[in-house]
Design a protein. Sequence first.
Lengths: 299, 316
Amino acid sequence: MSVIDIQKETSLQSSLTRFLTRFWSGLSRLAESKIALIGLILFMVVVAMAILAPWLATHDPLEMDFLALNASAGANHWMGTDNLGRDIWSRLVYGAQNAILVAIVTIPAQMGLSIFFGGISGYYGGRTDNLMMRFNDAGMSFPGLILFLSLLAVLGSGLWQCILALSFGGAPRLTRVVRGLVLTERERDYVKAGQMIGDSNARILFTQIIPNVSSPLIVMATIRTGGTLLAFAGLSYLGLGPPPPEPSWGLMLKEAQDLMETAPMVAVYPGLAISITVLGVNLLGDGLRDIFDPRLTDK
Amino acid sequence: MSFRQFLIKRVLYVLPTLFLVTVAVFSILHMVPGDPVDALLSEMQDEEMRIILIKQLGLDQPIYVQYFRWMTKVVQGDLGQSILHNRSVSLIIKDALPRTAYLAVAAMALALIIALPLGIIAAVKRKKWQDYFAQVTAMIGLSVPAFWEGLLVMLFFGLILGWFPVGGYTDPSEDFFDFLHHLFLPAVVLGFELVAVLTRMTRSTMLDELNKDYVQTHRAQGLPERQIITRYVLKNALMPTLTIGSIRMAALLGGTVVIESVFSWPGIGRTILEGITSQDFPVVQGGVLVVSFAFIFINLLVDIIHKWIDPRIKLE
């Protein structure tokens, strides 16, 4: 193989091809794990609900029907209404849009950030690694929601503020994982070969190493999606998410809490929606882990 | 390297992180859109008062001077004054932090009592109904939002059955049994996610151990299964679980925010949240600082204890 052939091999186009081929074979292997399939189906149902919301909803989610306040489930309102007469089913369906949007934007953002910083840290090592990991550790020193709360104290509350906070706040943990993976890969022969023929470090890192560690990364990202969705629901519940009257599942639960004594069922549906979505993602993550990385398998 | 060397190295390792955390917390006030002066001073001050107060609080100084002044006060235990309550932030936190600690410790204890036996049984009865039951319970625990659990639990056990109070707090010094009565439900809910994590972890490490050679050897020697487990396997299996578990337990500190909100438990999570919604930045800064430091120190302690117990662990 000539040097030119090797360089063609490492081109962006071929690494993208490799990634897509692996992705496709991974998808077909998905069928190996029943758990992953069930998870995927559950998640797809919620995605479908989000996309088809305008057709699935029976009412305008913001429309208040003062003649039907706190109505119980019936023909007109499948899940009843809340204390402002808004149809719960419609609000549930539109609430899926927020949840799916958070998932689709936050997880790739977290992955992008962690691949960039974790990749550089793991590849170069030494002082760069040391310095970057200190910053990363600082980011991981704020337990759970406290980190997101701190970020939102600066950003203010709202849907996109939450997405920003979740993206940046969730990245440090993934960054550590990427760094570890790259550290190990860095010692492999193909990396040394690439360096010998004069490939730039950035090219080796992003077109060679990262695609090779993409499997455990994807597994981790899927597993983190559940936690991210729960965090978003929590932030909405605390009133820091999309502001009322926009429907979001967490906020619906907060509103339901005030009605608990008179209309307890209002609290059930949004909670179920969150649980089913997160369960789907968790099962998918578990299943993917069983398929892609048997070392992590739960037996 | 000796244990003492490890100890020194590990503590030194933490110092830059602590520094960065203080910088981050200090920056909260200065990254908020608008003038930090306005954030700290109420609008009702007239122009002269503002100028006096600005000079007094040092808000006209360069930022690194402000940081230094702030840190000097922090080290002496002065976390500033709450804008909303007009009380010392340190006193507010001094009241709130122990309440969160009670909750976290109770949740940990409950989680350990439930999760360890559950995980062990799941491993021993692998692929039988006990195993599936444990795994399903764990999966549910990981998927269900804690505040929803809290609502349902409060609804069922509090409102419908009336066995427990619907939120609130009683100081243990006032009435210890009432304190426990109020503590139970939020601790159970807070601990549930931890139960899920610990159960899966225990099951996993137990299965790892049960596959090892020494277990086969003991079986071949005719030792009863129960003795193999209680005498040898448990010790080795529980160590990694407790280590990683204790870090997750420290993370409970973050989870308290939502639980405290659901059950109206006046802990530090709720204090921070109130600070954010009312833009009471000294409280937010003080609260976040204290919680992060507590988190870092607990992790440090866990690392050190773990190394002390099992010297085979290397410093990463």
